[in-house]
Design a protein around this ligand. Structure first.
Ligand SMILES: [Zn+2]
Length: 540
């Protein structure tokens, strides 16, 4: 007797082969048999007639390593058919320094709110090293499988005692290596670089190669948020060079679909035999920031306000000099085209909802819309600002044929935790729907479903070295999604309701993680059957 049988589905093996109509039987955590008809019965029978049955998607780029301590259901991933995520990206790490240090680090980098910082210190489990983090995850439980990378930014900053624009000394380099080796030996999958951010951006190519050489000794992964400021293609070529010199498996993170030539550069390197793969956010929109988040991020990026806190920012909004400093230091926010900054939510004055700052300025008779935005930031009303609006020039467009034909590209949603207890604080909706968006966009362009599934399952599993996942065959872990392809969807950037941060994908009927049902006929369950996978654990 089997535990579960999924009957009559169209089964995609994840390796790119054409699908077959078949039954799939699960015993304990593994797939036991796939056959046209399985006569035996199971404890639980699932009818997948008219549905596709695929290996659960693997998302190689998310920032969800702390989420589970607040919310371990990971619903928005399961609703896309994702069963495994890779965390610890863009240079941010869960070690070294221990829980409190890491919470402060995440706050100082604008990744969590002031309230999170206080509360997380109260209720998060305590860890001192990667093994301690692994124990904390296992004790807490998770609906998804997680892989976790170490982050170069966090380690460098910890060892060098700050974000310094210089190479590490010989002694510091030794300590960076030691933390890296310790983490890799305790099961981390590699290291991530955040080369737009301090302090990773201060590392020259040689420093990256030295780090990557250590990772290569462990057959780990180097994932790179690129040094975009040198040009996207040039930044890809830098990582190609790091890959060539170190031999480390290399993941180009959230590559911008505005740059075909960057995709081509990575493809040429992979065609030439280098272990390089790419992930991209299929469509991306502007970030929705509630006013408290906007003020916090002004503080975080301003040398003047960093020590004065959010109260200092508020005071500055009421003086001419203060506003000048904000415009200079927070140019990334206040310097945006005001036609592309919208008020998404405005409970105190609903007439503003959906209007751009440019339009509001016109209605108010203001000559300078930047001043209008500063007025809104400084008044005593509540707003959510949509910075960039529904479309982004670097991501939000249909992929060109050159990108679609690149066989090394997968989805990476780049979902960032935000405040798990308050989804309205900060959100970017398209990141909740990366997989259905990619499926829809690529199918429409004529890419076969088996190829779309391969790129987002076995390709990622093989590249990262995840054993016995990412494909459907007897003996592998039973990470399975049953999807109604006609209903598998997420709203387009122009259609999505920007007032609803809990918008999720539709069309996923069943998801099993390690053989246990986590989505049942569209209903979320919490079997917590996921696990933190360790690079050096061959049972993975
Ligand atoms: Zn990034």
């Amino acid at each position: 007797m089997y535990d579960t049988i999924i009957r009559n589905g169209l089964v995609y093996d994840g390796k790119g082969n054409a699908p077959i109509k078949a039954d799939l039987a699960i015993k304990e955590c593994k797939i036991a048999l796939i056959a046209p008809v399985i006569a035996e019965k199971a404890e639980k029978e699932i009818d997948a007639s008219g549905k596709i049955v695929i290996p659960g998607f693997i998302d190689p780029h998310v920032h969800e390593e702390l989420t589970l301590f607040s919310d371990n259901a990971y619903e928005l991933f399961l609703r896309q058919g994702v069963t495994t995520t890779v965390n610890g990206n863009c240079g941010h790490s869960v070690t070294p320094g221990g829980t409190e240090y890491i919470i402060d680090y995440f706050f100082n980098n604008g990744l969590i709110s002031e309230r999170n910082k206080r509360e997380f210190k109260d209720y998060f489990p305590v860890w001192d090293d990667f093994s301690g983090y692994v124990d904390a995850v296992r004790k807490t439980g998770t609906n998804l499988n997680l892989l976790v990378l170490l982050g170069h930014g966090t380690i460098r900053q910890y060892v060098m005692n700050g974000a310094h624009d210089r190479p590490p000394s010989a002694e510091e380099k030794k300590r960076i290596d030691a933390y890296l080796r310790e983490g890799l030996e305790q099961g981390a999958w590699g290291i991530s670089f955040g080369l737009d951010y301090v302090p990773s951006r201060y590392a020259k190519t040689e420093e990256l190669v030295d780090v990557a050489k250590v990772v290569a000794e462990y057959d780990g992964i180097v994932a790179a948020h690129l040094r975009h400021w040198i040009g996207t293609k040039e930044a890809v070529l830098e990582m190609v060079e790091v890959c060539r010199q170190s031999g480390a498996r290399t993941q180009i993170s959230h590559l911008k679909s505005s740059s075909e030539e960057a995709f081509e550069a990575a493809r040429e390197a992979a065609d030439g035999g280098l272990p390089i793969r790419i992930d991209t956010i299929p469509k991306s929109s502007g970030h929705c920031n509630r006013k408290d988040k906007l003020l916090q991020s002004i503080m975080a990026i301003s040398d003047t306000f960093f020590d004065k806190g959010v109260e200092g920012v508020k005071a500055a909004l009421h003086s001419k000099e203060g506003r000048e400093i904000i415009k200079r230091d927070a140019h990334a926010k206040f310097g945006m085209d005001k036609e592309k900054v919208f008020i998404a939510i405005s409970p105190d004055d609903p007439s503003l909802e959906g209007k751009s700052i440019a339009q509001i300025a016109k209605e108010r008779g203001d000559t300078d819309p930047t001043e209008t935005m500063l007025d809104l930031a400084g008044d005593d009303k509540e707003y959510t600002f949509w910075l960039g609006g529904p479309t982004r020039d670097d991501f939000a467009r249909d992929h060109t044929k050159v990108i679609r034909d690149n066989p090394y590209v997968s989805v990476g949603t780049d979902r960032i935790m935000g405040d798990p207890n308050d989804p309205f604080y900060w959100y970017e909706l398209q990141r909740y729907g990366g997989f259905p968006t990619f499926m829809k966009m690529y199918r429409k362009a004529g890419v076969q479903v088996e190829e779309i599934v391969r790129r987002n399952t076995s390709m990622v599993a093989e590249h990262f070295g995840i054993k016995d996942r990412g494909r459907l065959e007897a003996g592998v872990w039973a990470d399975v999604a049953v999807i109604d392809l006609q209903a598998y969807d997420f709203p387009e950037p122009e259609e999505v309701d920007c007032k609803k941060p809990l918008t999720m994908a539709t069309g996923v009927d069943f998801v099993l993680v390690n053989g246990k049902i986590a989505i049942e006929r569209g209903k979320l369950l919490k079997p917590l059957s996921g696990n933190i996978l360790l690079r050096n654990d061959h049972r993975n």
